[in-house]
Design a binder for this molecule. Structure first.
Ligand code: MG
Length: 251
């Protein structure tokens, strides 16, 4: 199933995407719901970020192709991104005036289904609603110079996600691609994740309660590309779709 969150006629709803249409759900996908007959053409709705997380976790250094000369971590390298940095499909990524380098990081994003804590690896996938595309936007100079990554990874608009949450996907065997102005920059399959999704959920829930709609950005492969004023960035994941965002310099 492919789930969208969208705005239509001033109202925000979740819906099931079927072909070029979306059918409204009676409740959020984190509760008991039915698929109603209330249908919109996808072209008539504004797609929003696909869920409303209480927090966003992100994983650094989770592909060896992204490691460069850094030492592979012995445990997942986890950091936070703020919910206020989340934007949806076609929303604008604002490049702050005073960053010297703004990169796009293509990432598979896990959407958590229910409240969970101390999850065993073998039970972890039961707590996943589905998967979406994410862009872990990163201001490299701030990432290097600041004591922590508060603005490098969480300035407003730095967490694009969407377009849909796909529930029936093999998350460890899909290709993750980024393109800037149509030119491919990153392309790798999630087969190469160092810490797989059950490991990430088991590890993080030893310390932190995950809530419905919480997101885990699972890390980026290869060498990310820079986004400049006027660029269009696309993150594509096989089986999910394309997350497209224009980039604008802060005015
Ligand atoms: Mg990242």
């Amino acid at each position: 199933m492919k789930i969208a969150r969208y705005l239509a006629h001033g109202q925000i709803s979740y819906g099931a995407v079927e072909g070029d249409n979306v059918k409204e759900l009676s409740a959020s996908p984190f509760e008991a719901y039915t698929i109603t007959d209330h249908t919109h053409p996808l072209s008539d709705v504004k797609l929003l970020a696909p869920c409303v997380p209480s927090k966003i976790l992100a994983i650094g250094l989770n592909y060896s192709s992204h490691m460069g000369d850094r030492t592979p971590p012995s445990e997942p390298m986890v950091f936070y991104k703020t919910p206020t940095s989340l934007i949806g499909p076609d929303d604008t990524i604002v490049r702050p005036k005073d960053t010297a380098k703004l990169d796009a990081e293509a990432e598979l994003v896990v959407v958590i289904k229910d409240r969970c804590r101390n999850v065993a690896k073998e039970d972890a996938m039961q707590h996943v609603l589905g998967y979406t595309c994410g862009n872990d936007v990163s201001a490299r100079d701030w990432q290097a110079s600041d004591g922590n990554w508060w603005r490098a990874k969480s300035s407003d608009t730095f967490s694009p996600a969407g377009p849909f949450i796909v529930t029936d996907l093999d998350p460890h065997n899909v290709r993750v691609t980024s393109r800037i102005n149509g030119k491919e920059v990153q392309s790798e399959t999630t087969t190469y994740l160092i810490f797989d999704i059950p490991t990430l959920i088991a590890y993080t829930t030893r310390f932190v309660t995950l809530e419905p709609g919480d997101m885990i950005y699972t890390g980026t492969p290869g060498t990310p590309g820079e986004m400049k004023d006027g660029d269009v960035c696309e993150i594509e994941i096989e089986g999910i779709g394309v997350l497209r965002n224009p980039v604008k310099l802060e005015s």
